[in-house]
Design a protein. Structure first.
Length: 569
């Protein structure tokens, strides 16, 4: 499991003793447009060093960019220690967090055209930095503190800019998620839980701890060389170690700048070092960084078990949208029943939440219903209906197997509010996508013996992923005779859903992200489709011009439209 976040009791108590003020709210327009991508450039594969490219290793998540930029009340404490002030103590003004970041810089400044190319890009795209700073505002102080506690260079606090532009829902072609861009396997290795309820890769607290652990491990492995460690974070330690061994055999230098590493990694390290230079002296590059006071913004508070997120938002005095944005690891209408049992909240809202939680009857943490099992129902059917999981239902009802009898009553949890109230849950993000994608007529298909989602997807010419999504299913869920499925088809014709998806996915407010995938040796359409939970037919239609009846070639670029929330392990 990840290293637990340090107890916040002291910081919360200090916050209670001190009065709170509110920083300027985030500009809703700051996140409403994607960050610029240089024309013709694959955002996941930077060009040669001399080219000017976007300093971002992944494409932006298309979904919910406008809503995710809505105002967040950023609450801080007054009265910091005098050593934390730029102005005399009498002014009461907190110093800038950027000053604290600069003081912790420890990486060597290097002169190379590879850094200069990245500097030119930052200098010519100040609006990009403005958006990134607004996204980082709630979380940066927390990240800087964690890095300082471990005695690491504060340049590492800037790494989420390079990885994800501080987009908590960023998702890359390599299936990396969150601001620190963990792939599923590495996330699991560093304790990031990933299941139906929760994805720790998007949990800012858990992922920050995991990233620090991972970077520290890489730093130790490469004998204290931070550039090797950073390159390994991007390319994998095996690739970097192999490049070092090859240079030794050839009698070449083994510093990062002489290594034969993947193309993306060649730009990745210079991108961070260029950002370091911009933060160190913004005026030198004609950049103005939005000010972030060197004061804590968020507090961590315990939920003491599973809790409906709508109830949690009410207790904290927050809109549920804001609660989801601060806690993006939660996929559903409630926290994971197995934990983590904690939330990130604006500091001033922590005591409000804790007081309300203490007075909340246990019966009101979740809404409950006694469900009478009908003929033909399975635990899977009931779990889908109540937006839960089979395992959760078994645990609640002290049941070992999946067999249930008609007429028996099961205790099931259900959301306290209508589904639409949980606007940032996986389900509601998917619903907004469907609203844009649906085209033509609504057809109800009564499942017959022998039907499978795959057979029906072929029959109606839609992807299994979309067929499952329309019906609140996973592509792996069984369907049973007598079950009714909703399918959207074109009037008088078969569905042309993949084409509709590729158009609709480019607009805002959806759970689908466009990514560019570079074909690797041994790839096939089937393997790529399976990797990203899409159908081969969709893949072909999205890339009709790129494929043009030809075989896949290593290095070839394909375009995919991926539901970010369906990529959790």
């Amino acid at each position: 499991m990840p290293r637990p976040y340090p107890s916040t009791a002291a910081s919360v108590l200090a916050g209670l003793m001190l009065s709170a003020c509110t920083l300027p709210a985030l500009d809703p327009a700051s996140l409403t447009s994607p960050d610029p991508i240089a024309p013709g450039v694959d955002a996941a594969s930077p060009p040669a060093p001399e080219a000017e490219i976007v300093p971002q290793a992944v494409t932006e998540e298309v979904a919910d960019t406008a809503a995710d930029g809505a105002d967040l009340p950023v609450v801080v404490r007054r009265g910091p220690a005098a050593s934390y002030l730029d102005e005399p103590p009498s002014t009461g003004l907190p110093r800038s967090l950027w000053n604290r970041v600069r003081e912790g810089f420890a990486l060597a400044d290097v002169e190379t055209p590879r850094i200069d190319a990245e500097l030119r890009w930052y200098a010519s795209h100040p609006e990009y930095l403005d958006r990134v700073v607004e996204r980082a505002r709630p979380f940066l102080h927390l990240i800087v503190e964690r890095i300082e506690e471990r005695g690491l260079p504060t340049e590492l606090a800037l790494l989420p800019v390079v990885e994800s532009a501080f987009n908590v829902f960023a998702y890359s072609p390599g299936r990396a998620a969150g601001i620190w861009q963990f792939i599923p396997a590495t996330g699991k290795r560093f304790g990031l839980k990933q299941n139906w309820w929760y994805d720790g890769r998007r949990d800012v607290l858990a992922a920050t701890d995991a990233a620090i652990d991972y970077l520290s491990e890489l730093h130790d492995r490469f004998d204290g060389d931070w550039l090797h460690a950073l390159a390994s974070y991007n390319a994998g330690s095996g690739n970097v170690a192999r490049a070092i061994r090859m240079n030794r055999k050839r009698g070449k230098p083994t510093d990062f700048w002489h290594l034969d590493v993947p193309r993306e990694t060649r730009g990745y390290v210079p991108r961070l070092l260029a950002l370091r230079r911009v933060v160190a002296d913004p005026a030198a590059f004609g950049v103005t960084l939005g000010e972030i006071p060197d004061l804590p913004v968020l507090g961590v508070t315990a939920t003491d078990g599973q809790l409906d997120l709508a109830v949690a938002a009410d207790l904290a005095g927050l809109e549920i949208d804001e609660l989801y944005r601060l806690n993006p690891g939660f996929n559903r209408w409630a926290t994971d029943p197995a934990g983590p049992h904690r939330l990130l909240l604006p500091l001033a809202n922590v005591p409000v939440f804790e007081s309300g939680l203490q007075q909340l009857p246990a019966s009101e943490r979740l809404a409950w219903e006694r469900h009478r099992v009908r003929g033909g129902e399975t635990l899977s059917h009931i779990a889908v209906r109540y937006r839960s999981t089979v395992g959760h239902l078994r645990a609640i009802n002290n049941q070992r197997g999946n067999t249930i009898r008609q007429g028996r009553h099961l205790l099931v949890p259900k959301s306290a509010r209508a589904r639409t109230a949980y606007s940032r849950s996986s389900e509601q993000r998917r619903v907004r996508t469907q609203a844009k994608v649906r085209k033509g007529e609504r057809v109800e298909h009564l499942v017959r013996s022998g039907d499978t989602l795959w057979d029906l997807s072929r029959q109606y010419r839609v992807s299994t992923a979309r067929l499952a999504a329309w019906n609140g299913l996973s592509v792996r869920d069984p369907i049973r005779p007598g079950q009714s499925l909703v399918i959207w088809v074109e009037s008088g014709a078969a569905a042309n859903a993949p084409a509709a998806l590729s158009r609709a996915s480019l607009s805002e407010g959806q759970a689908v992200q466009r990514i560019n995938y570079v074909v690797r040796r041994g790839d096939s359409l089937s393997r790529i489709a399976s990797r990203f939970n899409v159908s081969v037919n969709d893949l072909k239609r999205w890339n009709e011009r790129r494929l043009n009846g030809k075989y896949l070639q290593p290095g070839q670029s394909l375009q995919l439209y991926v539901d970010v929330r369906r990529q959790s392990s």
